[in-house]
Design a protein around this ligand. Structure first.
Ligand SMILES: [Zn+2]
Length: 279
């Protein structure tokens, strides 16, 4: 499969300024929603679980994810697909970190990745990136990919088209201003994206990137449990199957995530995987 590229005029503008994003990002209901969803999807769903059916929506090798989900979409949707820049190749693993940058956790995670010389992909929240641009710069300077996780972490499916475009374009504008490069990919908060969201994202030039390994690090299990979950999932997906692991460097206490990284990287390396960034 190839990634379909659609060039459509940008329809959105930056969302209503820092206050809106800041309020949304720090709103305690955000945590509440994530915890509530988490309790429903107790397996393999991550902090950004698809509220409907994470497995079917996430698995990129299924037809549902690699083929356009609807022929009625006003524009061709852009999705991550095997063989494209937004999905790893055989034997490759992409560690992805959502919900940062965070003043406590992002830098230690960058330090750990540097120790192992492992590239990763950070899906950042625009309002947080505005507050901590130095962490965005640090990630890019260290060779990581920094991509779009919306401005204020809303359920995009609950927004009008112009709201979706604003959440995405505002974050793109900010990141381009910080690092001089515009994101090409986004990850929808909670994995919540339907054909309409896909179409709007495509219209602003963004490819959706989901995941196929979700060790629920945001629930702060013992670090070894996170490692074991990833290793078991890799085994279930089969030898050399591309892995996209969803982890979190923001949105809560990420000590467990941080402490899981050495074991995770060592285990996957021992199993023959190499590490890559996306987009
Ligand atoms: Zn998120």
């Amino acid at each position: 499969m190839t990634v379909l590229v659609v060039l459509i005029a940008v329809v959105g503008s930056r969302p209503g300024g820092a206050n809106q994003g800041d309020v949304a990002a720090s709103d305690p209901t955000l945590q509440t929603a994530e915890q509530a969803t988490a309790s429903v999807n107790s397996t393999d769903s991550g902090d950004d679980p698809d509220p409907v059916n994470p497995e079917e929506t996430v698995a990129p090798e299924t037809t549902a994810e690699t083929a356009p989900t609807t022929t009625a979409a006003p524009v061709t949707t852009v999705i991550a697909a095997p063989g494209g820049p937004a999905w790893p190749g055989p034997g490759q693993v992409a560690l992805t970190f959502d919900d940062g940058p965070d003043p406590t956790w992002t830098q230690p995670i960058l330090d750990t990745l540097a120790r192992y010389n492992v590239p990763a992909t950070f899906f950042v929240i625009g309002s947080s990136a505005e507050r901590y641009p130095g962490l965005v710069t640090a990630a890019v300077n260290a060779g990581h990919s920094v991509q779009n996780h919306t401005w204020g972490h809303p359920y995009l499916t609950q927004l009008a088209d112009d709201g979706i475009a604003g959440q995405l374009s505002g974050t793109d504008d900010l990141l381009e201003g910080i690092v001089g490069k515009r994101p090409s990919c986004y990850r929808p908060p909670y994995g919540a994206a339907d054909a309409r969201v896909d179409a709007v994202a495509a219209s602003v030039g963004l490819t959706k990137v989901m995941w196929n390994v979700a060790p629920n690090d945001y629930l702060s299990p013992p670090p070894q449990a996170i490692v074991d979950n990833v290793v078991a999932r890799a085994g279930a997906l089969g030898p050399s199957s591309p892995l996209v692991v969803v982890l979190h460097d923001g949105g809560g206490n990420r000590q467990a995530t941080l402490e899981s990284l050495p074991g995770m990287i060592e285990a996957l390396s021992a199993a023959g995987y190499t590490f890559t960034s996306l987009c």
